[in-house]
Write a protein that binds this ligand. Structure first.
Ligand SMILES: NC(=O)c1ccc[n+]([C@@H]2O[C@H](COP(=O)([O-])OP(=O)(O)OC[C@H]3O[C@@H](n4cnc5c(N)ncnc54)[C@H](O)[C@@H]3O)[C@@H](O)[C@H]2O)c1
Length: 425
């Protein structure tokens, strides 16, 4: 079978959800319409490891409209939307993924995608990858290096994936071109900020059903995502405290009106802790022991290593699953603390990920990055590269049109002034 999903009978609900998402993704639909006419991806097989959500399904449709064949798996064991996966399978997409995969199944699904890339090559096609977190490109480099010379381009969606790729490049290990879609302004200034902000709060509320107003929410990391989470939590009436390791960001948080202090000082006073750093062990078991009874921890960074869950599981004397995405742990000191979504991306595990409109911007970036890679095949370095800024501006313009917005344009007089130096006081 060319797919492996939880239950193919969920397809009708998946189709309804995909159609609803598409109705919010006007910018991506414009790219889709152009792709349908121009077929810039004809002859390409794309292997994708991306959260299998209703928005990703619209990206898949767009790539297919451009002439590509697509095989997709998830990029996190808890983020696949089973109804969407079923709808994709029913419509002929090679999809491997279900919510709640174990690590072995997760890697078997990645291997299935590699299998489709091989099949495509055998059939005379060219191949490309789309990653979110860099697991597919890493697997290809580690176990299927013979595919690398055939790889037209890879693209990467998220900050953590770009960090891994830049580390590979620095080590001399990266052997293909990867376009860092996360570098697009139309990606990180919108998806990471507004998307992660809103959907992380959504995940916390769906998992716990708590009132946020009046709670002290501790946000670890004040990057693009953390700023969004802090802003949304404040919008719900929470008292927000930020922890940072970067002086500039710590200062910026303070001047944005948030408290800014080390995690150790937050530990005894926080009600809800959200990690969103891309870093490891931001909340250790030592920090957990200092937390107050009833504290809630969750993560919205890409991997489940920001909270030391293994240490927590070992240290806890009792573990109770209270709700689908909430477990409570009793510690030796008698306190009970909760962990949401096993420390995995709370917004995708306990909610539905980012709102469709914001993913429209990110996925215009993905579709145009693959097109760019195909168009410039042979002329791009084996390195992590960014899309030219005019592509970014084209995406913003598409989104403005979709939202019915217009803007001012520079006059010729202003263009001349802005590129001159003679005129002063
Ligand atoms: N949940 C989602 O849907 C979603 C969406 C986009 C990105 N992400 C992921 O979120 C993470 C953050 O992404 P970003 O774009 O905000 O990155 P960023 O680089 O803009 O920000 C990360 C911040 O964390 C800080 N930091 C690092 N280690 C820390 C520590 N030990 N304690 C406190 N702060 C620390 C850094 O100084 C930096 O300011 C990444 O893993 C990214 O892949 C998740």
């Amino acid at each position: 079978m060319d797919y492996h999903v939880k239950d193919i009978k969920l397809a009708p609900q998946g189709e309804l959800n995909i159609a609803w998402a598409k109705s919010q993704m006007g910018a991506l639909v414009k790219v889709q319409e152009r792709f349908f006419k121009e077929k810039p991806l004809k002859g390409i097989v794309i292997g994708m490891a991306l959260h299998v959500t209703k928005e990703t399904a619209v990206l898949v449709e767009t790539l297919q409209a451009g002439g590509a064949e697509v095989a997709i798996t998830g990029c996190n064991p808890l983020s696949t939307q089973d109804d969407v996966a079923a709808a994709l399978a029913k419509n002929g997409v090679k999809v491997y993924g279900w919510k709640g995969e174990n690590t072995e199944e997760y890697y078997a699904n990645l291997e299935a995608i590699v299998g489709h890339l091989r099949k495509g090559l055998a059939g005379g096609k060219r191949i490309a990858t789309i990653d979110d977190g860099c697991d597919l490109v890493t697997l290809i480099h580690q176990k299927h290096a013979d595919l690398i010379p055939q790889l037209v381009v890879g693209t990467e969606e998220t900050t953590t994936g770009v960090i891994r790729l830049r580390a590979m490049e620095k080590d001399g290990a990266l052997k293909c071109t990867v376009i860092a879609v996360n570098d697009n302004q139309t990606k990180h200034l919108f998806d990471n900020y507004y998307g992660t902000g809103q959907s992380t709060i959504d995940g916390i509320l769906r998992a716990t059903s708590i009132l946020l107003a009046g709670k002290r929410v501790v946000v670890a990391g004040y990057g693009h995502c953390g700023r969004g989470v802090a802003k949304c939590a404040r919008g719900m009436g929470a008292l927000v405290t930020v922890t940072e390791v970067d002086e500039v960001k710590a200062l910026q948080a303070r001047m944005d009106g948030f408290e800014s202090m080390p995690m150790k000082e937050c530990a005894p006073i926080g009600d809800v802790f959200v990690t969103v750093t891309g870093d490891k062990h931001v909340i250790t078991t030592e920090i957990m022991k200092l937390m107050k009874n009833g504290a809630i921890m969750c993560n919205s960074g890409h991997f489940d290593i920001e909270i030391d869950t293994a240490g927590l599981y070992k240290m806890a004397k009792k573990r109770v699953k209270v709700r689908p995405f909430m477990e409570q742990f009793e510690l030796d000191n008698g306190k009970k603390i909760a962990l949401l979504a096993e420390g995995r991306l709370v917004n995708l595990a306990a909610a539905e990920g980012h709102p469709s409109e914001v993913m429209s911007l990110s996925f215009c970036g993905q579709a145009l990055a693959v097109e760019y890679g195909v168009k410039h095949k042979g002329n791009l370095p084996a390195a992590v590269i960014s899309l030219p800024t005019d592509v970014d501006h084209d995406i913003a313009a598409l989104q403005m049109t979709a939202m019915g917005l217009t803007k001012d344009n520079l006059t010729s007089d202003q263009i001349a002034y802005l590129s001159s130096w003679q005129e002063g006081t």
